[in-house]
Design a protein around this ligand. Structure first.
Ligand SMILES: Cc1ncc(COP(=O)(O)O)c(C=O)c1O
Length: 392
């Protein structure tokens, strides 16, 4: 049977990383050991206190819908998490979502109409354009240059902004570059956009995963009117529980709740009860240790890759990625990734999954794999470069 599927579903491009992952799984099914640098999720399982709270929630019958905003005790925990960061974020502005992805769907529904446009970055999180497209809006990508530290500038927004633009979506720390958005820039862009009745969405899903102390805890410390996206996926190690939150201005909360009621009814009740335990002292120690482990891995992998002749034009400040220039191999990044998986069973993601701008130069390494695998990966890459005549 043939149906008339939507134009927007035809426009979505599959990610190369999924094809690479499939290839990796085929090698694994044949018994080969694959080194995974492609997966953007922590290799650690969820911290035990959270798992136990989840089991208790199931046993205790926390299996019903909750309110669309999310359960109050969890929103209170998030509010006090911000208080610990020196920020006053009332519970009324915090809404629980099904991951940051769920937050993006709802924010798109809240902020964009057909024909509107949203400014995003290139490179950036590849799904961003799909959320806008789903509500009939378009995106325009602003190129981030390595020689400018992958930082956006107000002048970029000024140059790109046209009548149909409604706002800007930024991330800090960013995927795939690990860059923390400069506070001054966020302040300037926020001020400039607000004068045009526009909005800034700041994706802080990698909050807490930083290598040095962050210049500001949350963008909310810089501008209180940004729409902040956050998630339990990364720092809190709960990818599969599908839970996140947004902080939105007070006057948007009622509309947002209405959208959530209609589109998702409520986020997962079990995940919400479990996530309360994510803020306990015992869990926080686990999250902090894991964040420190990511920083150690970042340094080790970066040193190993630099030693092999790769260039890392901007050392990341956070997240768990290195955005690496492969120009010295004489290959475009896509070819490099495919040869590496086919011949040496090392999986990395080509830059084209994150945009078009200079993406043929770059690959993303996710160090969401243990130290032994990182060492094995580096050894295999060294062998590859030697066999390909790139390194003697
Ligand atoms: C920048 C960014 N935003 C949002 C997401 C979505 O995450 P989740 O829906 O698991 O919270 C991801 C996932 O990798 C991401 O990298």
């Amino acid at each position: 049977m043939v149906f008339m599927y939507s134009a927007r579903s035809s426009e979505i491009k599959p990610f190369t990383v999924m094809q690479l992952l499939q290839r990796a799984q085929e090698f694994e099914a044949q018994g080969s050991r694959v080194v995974h640098f492609e997966v953007g999720e922590p290799d650690f399982v969820t911290a035990l206190p959270i798992v136990e709270a989840g089991i208790e929630a199931l046993r205790g019958g926390k299996t019903k819908y909750t309110s669309a905003q999310g359960i109050l005790p969890l929103r209170e925990k998030i509010s006090s998490y911000y208080r610990d960061q020196g920020l006053d974020v009332p519970v009324s502005r915090i809404q629980i979502t099904s991951g940051a992805s769920g937050g993006l769907v709802l924010l798109a529904g809240l902020l964009l109409d057909p024909g509107d446009r949203l400014l995003i970055t290139d490179p950036g999180y590849p799904c961003n354009k799909v959320f806008a497209r789903l509500v009939g809006a378009q995106t325009r990508a602003i190129a981030l240059q390595a020689q400018r530290g992958f930082q956006i500038a107000l002048s970029d927004v000024e140059a790109a902004w046209e009548e149909q633009d409604r706002g800007v979506l930024l991330a800090s720390p960013a995927n795939p570059t690990g860059t923390i958005l400069a506070a001054d820039t966020l302040a300037e862009i926020g001020r400039w956009v607000a004068r045009r009745d526009g909005f800034v969405i700041l994706d802080e899903i990698y909050q807490g995963l930083v290598h040095e102390e962050s210049p500001y805890a949350s963008g909310l410390a810089v501008r209180d009117d940004v729409f902040v996206l956050n998630s339990f996926s990364k720092f809190f190690g709960m990818t599969g529980w599908r839970l996140g939150w947004v902080v939105i201005p007070e006057d948007a909360t009622e509309r947002f709740t209405k959208l959530a009621q209609n589109l998702v009814i409520s986020p997962s009740s079990v995940a919400q009860s479990a996530a309360i335990a994510a803020f306990s002292d015992a869990s926080m120690v686990v999250h902090q240790e894991r964040a420190a482990e990511f920083s150690r891995r970042s340094k080790r992998l970066a040193a190993g890759l630099l030693n092999l002749g790769f260039t890392i034009p901007v050392m990341p400040a956070g997240a768990f990625y290195l955005y690496v220039d492969v120009t010295h191999t004489g290959m475009l990044s896509d070819e490099f990734c495919w040869r590496l998986i086919e011949q040496y069973q090392v999986a990395v993601t080509p830059g084209k999954d994150f945009g078009d701008f200079e993406s043929e130069r770059f690959v993303r390494f996710a160090y969401t794999t243990d130290s032994n695998s990182i060492e094995l990966g580096l050894q295999r890459i060294e062998q590859a470069l030697t066999a390909w005549g790139i390194r003697r």
